[in-house]
Ligand binder design. Sequence first.
Ligand code: NAG
Ligand code: NAG
Ligand code: NAG
Ligand code: NAG
Length: 384
Amino acid sequence: MRRSSHLLQVTFSLLISILCLIILFGRDEIPQIDPSNHVLTNIMGSTSQNRPQKPTTGSKEDFTWGRCGRNESVANVSGFSSLPGHIQDFLFYRHCRHFPMLLDVPDKCGGPDKSIDVFLLLVIKSSPLNYERREVLRKTWAKERLQNGLWIRRIFLSGTTGSGFEKRKLNKLLRVENREHNDILQWDFNDSFFNLTLKQILFLEWMDKNCRKARFLLNGDDDIFANTDNMVDYLQSLKDNSGDKHLFAGHLIRYVGPIREPRSKYYVPVQIQESDSYPPYCGGGGFLLSAYTAVVIYKMSQTIPILPIDDVYMGMCLEKAGLGPESHIGVRTAGLPIPSTKVDAFDPCYYREIILVHRFLPHQIYIMWHGIHEPDLKCGNLLS
Ligand SMILES: *[C@@H]1O[C@H](CO)[C@@H](O)[C@H](O)[C@H]1NC(C)=O
Ligand SMILES: *[C@@H]1O[C@H](CO)[C@@H](O)[C@H](O)[C@H]1NC(C)=O
Ligand SMILES: *[C@@H]1O[C@H](CO)[C@@H](O)[C@H](O)[C@H]1NC(C)=O
Ligand SMILES: *[C@@H]1O[C@H](CO)[C@@H](O)[C@H](O)[C@H]1NC(C)=O
C-alpha cells in the first residue's frame, strides 16, 4: 500500500518534471517567434512602444521578454572610441526600456481594479546591496501605516548587482526580503548609476498599470531622512489637489547644464546630449509628486530618449508636458544650513520642521526618527 503510493508519487513527479521542461523550453522560444518582442524598441516612439506590456502572468521570474541587444551603430558616432567605458555602454543600450521583472508586488495598491486608498506611496530607489538601509527605513520613516487616517505605503525599486553566483545570491536576498515585507519591485538590469533613469521609467510604467489611484508619491533615494509625518500634513493641506492635479515639488535646480568634465560622475558628453542646458528640475534625492503628474511624466517619457541623469530626465518630461517643478522649502537635498559647528548638526530640532534631507547613514536615520518623536523634545525657533 505504502510502496505503491510511493511509486505513484514518483511517477507523478516525473510527469510534472517533464511537463515543466516542455513549458520551459516552449517559453524560451517565445522571444524568437514573438513579433511583439522589444529587442529593439524605437526610442522615438514607434507603435510597439505604445503597446501595453505583456501580462506577467503572476510568475516571479518572467523570462518571456527577449533580451534587448546592443545598438551597434552608436559606435559610428564621432568621438565614440574616446568616451569612457560606462558612457559607451550607456549609448549601446540607451534604447532598451523593457527588462524581465524578477519581483513584483501587484497588490500593493489593491491591484489594477480594486485600488486600495493609498494616500502617499513611498518609492525608494535601492540597489540590492543596501540591505541595512532598507531595514532601517522599514522601521522608521518608511513604515507602512495610517497617518492622520491616511495610508502610507512603501516600495523599493531595484535592479541586479554583479554577475554569476554573486548576482544570484543578492537576488535571493531580495526574494527573501520581499517574502517577508512585500515591498520590492525588481527588474533584471544592471543597477548602476547610469541606469537610474531606466529604473524610474520602469517604475512609472508599473505605477501606470498597478497603482494609478494612489494620491501622491515620494520619489527618492534610500539614504535620505524623510519626515513623512510632515509630508502627509503638507499634502493634506493642499487646496483642491487630492492627487488629481499637477504637483512636482522638491529642491528646485535651474539654469544648469550637462557637466562636460569626463572625470565627473555626472559627465554627459555631447554624444548623449548636445544642448548645453537642462530644463528646471528637482534634485533626485527626493521629491514629491501627484499621481496625476507621475502618469503624465510616464506618457512623456515614451517619446524622450533616455538621459542617464534621472532627476534631469524628470524635468525634461515635465517640460514636454508644459508643466514645471516647484520649490518646497522643506526639501533640503543639499543639506541643512546649520548655524555653527558648535551645535550638533543632528539635533532633532532641526529635523522636526523639514520634510526631507539627503545623506543619512542608517544609524543616523534610526536615531533621528526616534529623536523627532520624543514626546518631551524641547526646541526653540531654530530654523528661522
Ligand atoms: C556603422 O557601423 C556598422 C558596423 O559597425 C556598419 O555596418 C555601418 O555601415 C556603419 N554606418 C552606419 C551609418 O550605421
Ligand atoms: C542606434 O544608434 C543610432 C546612432 O546613434 C541612432 O541613429 C538610432 O536611432 C539608434 N537605434 C535605436 C533603435 O535606438
Ligand atoms: C554594471 O555597471 C557598472 C557601471 O557601469 C559596471 O562597472 C559593472 O561591471 C556592470 N556590471 C555588469 C554585471 O554588467
Ligand atoms: C543598464 O542595464 C543593462 C542591462 O543589465 C546593461 O546592459 C547596461 O550596460 C546598463 N547600462 C549602464 C550604463 O550601466
